[in-house]
Design a protein around this ligand. Structure first.
Ligand code: PAF
Length: 252
């Protein structure tokens, strides 16, 4: 497995790949778990070359403390990727990605204004901008995203269509722990008690209860509820357990 840290180095590698070779990209912020591994496996099954990017993107965090606390486990991540036969890991730093000082941004003004966008102003500008940069740098035929961040997936698909980016965006099913909690890099910030409590969130979100009833139940159980809504043929929710924000969704 090769580790690449700058754009020009990757461009040379990309130019030397024969034209017929298909490239799959999994954009990540690191602290990898079985959900990321399933995206890698899917990419490996569908492409000749699999690239994983690891970049804790500062522009998508609307709280400095959340950015600072985001777990960084690069060495462990590389071990995982190596053991799953990933071909390249792209690990740029912020100077490499934001050579313009984030003066140029991608923004969408409809879907991104609701749900996560309401609670996290500027979040989706940061996500879309970095994803477009990564797609332009890596030039994959396919890019893989988990359905857990469903609004993000919709927005990335919309951006790619709107800006005529020649990459297929592949949405992949959420991977869950035994108790139903969606795998997320943020779960490791839950203490033992919170981790047990967190399992009520997916359980209630997929129950037969109405969104208002789910919200009430969750509040009784000690969650702070941001939203529980039904749209895009899904039931989506976001809650807080103290400082940790959890999001999830289920197909209707
Ligand atoms: O889902 C994530 O991990 C991030 O939002 C992404 C897509 C890697 C962009 O930084």
């Amino acid at each position: 497995m090769n580790i690449v840290t700058n754009i020009n180095e990757w461009r040379q590698i990309r130019n030397n790949l024969t034209a017929k070779k298909t490239v799959g990209l999994i954009p990540t912020m690191g602290h990898l778990h079985a959900g990321h591994v399933s995206l890698c496996n899917r990419s490996r099954a569908e492409n000749d070359v699999t690239v994983v990017s690891i970049f804790v993107n500062p522009t998508q965090f609307n709280q400095a403390s959340d950015f600072d606390l985001y777990p960084r486990t690069i060495e462990h991540d590389c071990d995982i990727l190596k053991s799953h036969q990933v071909d390249y890991v792209f690990i740029p730093d912020a100077k490499e990605i934001y050579q313009d000082g984030y003066q140029v941004q991608v923004s969408e003004n409809t879907i991104s204004a609701e749900l996560e966008g309401l609670s996290r102003p500027g979040h989706f500008n940061g996500v879309l901008t970095v994803v477009l940069k990564l797609l332009n740098i890596i030039q994959p035929m396919r890019a893989y995203f988990g359905e857990k961040d469903y609004q993000q997936l919709l927005l990335v698909k919309k951006m790619v269509n709107a800006l005529c980016v020649p990459t297929e965006i592949v949405g992949c099913e959420t991977i869950r722990d035994k108790d139903g909690l969606a795998l997320s890099s943020r779960n490791t910030r839950l203490n033992e008690m919170q981790r047990k409590q967190a399992a009520h969130f997916p359980r209630l979100l997929q129950s037969a209860l109405k969104p208002e009833q789910i919200a009430e139940e969750l509040k009784t159980l000690g969650f702070k509820v941001d939203y529980i809504v039904e749209q895009w043929e899904r039931r989506l929710g976001a809650v807080w357990l103290d400082e940790v924000r959890l999001i999830d969704n289920f197909l209707f």
